[in-house]
Ligand binder design. Structure first.
Ligand SMILES: NC(=O)c1ccc[n+]([C@@H]2O[C@H](COP(=O)([O-])OP(=O)(O)OC[C@H]3O[C@@H](n4cnc5c(N)ncnc54)[C@H](O)[C@@H]3O)[C@@H](O)[C@H]2O)c1
Length: 236
């Protein structure tokens, strides 16, 4: 398949982003990364963009359309874990930073890209949530709350754009084997692993496969939905 338009992946320089860009490139999209770092080797076009900055996102949208064509798919994937601490020990600025980087940025990114999709009457959006959105996670409150907000955003936006041929879904991975996973302490790693019935962490390529499905022709009747990637950990 070729000529499917641009696929923008925010956080494209990261572990999951790289795998998603490579997979969408194989499917005939022009893979475009928007990340703080312009070093995204799997992208045909890699722009340095801070996804918490609405003006930067507007400029990136224009530049992407000019250089890579209309944005056919958007994967809202940029994110940070933030401090590992109980709610009462979190600094106010850390709470704001984690929710801003994970959730407000998701609104801003969709806000920048959706008008072009509405004009063309087509588009796929995948929001990278987390299994932590469903469970809540001790010591990662702002992250879990932001990821839960992304599920509500997917359900909301899906309803708003359904009449324009745009499908919006969220995915909820458990721990993926990336840099974020390598930063986990051994005790926390053992605890997380014990909660996954399949007994292992998730591979970036497995995340990319689900994103490709949600951006492809096989998922035309799914929108406002949440797709599980938890190895049996999540019960809903
Ligand atoms: N790794 C996991 O276990 C896991 C599990 C579930 C969900 N997720 C989510 O998947 C996404 C990708 O995670 P990853 O494991 O690839 O992490 P990663 O740290 O490798 O990649 C995240 C990328 O986001 C970028 N980024 C951060 N803040 C940004 C900003 N303000 N503007 C632009 N880019 C910014 C970083 O530069 C980085 O390249 C994140 O949203 C994460 O929360 C990860």
């Amino acid at each position: 398949m070729t000529g499917r338009g641009a696929a923008v992946v925010t956080g494209g320089a990261g572990g999951i982003g790289q795998a998603v860009l490579a997979r969408l490139g194989q499917d005939g999209f022009v893979p475009v990364s928007w990340d703080l770092s312009a070093d995204a080797k799997a992208a045909s076009l890699a722009l340095a963009v801070d996804v918490t900055d609405a003006q930067a996102l507007a400029a990136a949208t224009d530049e992407t359309i000019a250089r890579a064509g209309p944005i056919a798919a958007l994967v809202v994937n940029a994110g940070i874990l933030g401090p590992v601490a109980p709610v009462w020990e979190l600094a106010p600025e850390d709470i704001r930073r984690v929710i801003d980087t994970n959730l407000v940025s998701a609104f801003l990114t969709c806000r920048a890209v959706v008008p072009g999709m509405r004009e063309r009457g087509a588009g796929r959006i995948v929001l990278m949530s987390s299994v932590q959105a469903k469970e809540g996670t001790a010591l990662a409150g702002p992250y879990a709350a932001a990821k839960a907000g992304m599920i509500a955003l997917a359900k909301t936006l899906a309803k708003e754009v359904a009449d324009r041929g745009i499908l919006v879904n969220a995915i909820t991975p458990t721990v993926v084997r990336t840099a974020m996973e390598r930063a986990i302490t051994p005790e926390r790693r053992a605890d997380l692993l014990a909660r996954i019935p399949l007994g292992r962490f998730l591979e970036p390529a497995e995340v990319a496969e689900m994103v490709a499905f949600l951006c492809g022709p096989g998922s035309g009747f799914s929108t406002g939905a949440v797709f599980d990637l938890s190895g049996g950990r999540a019960t809903w």
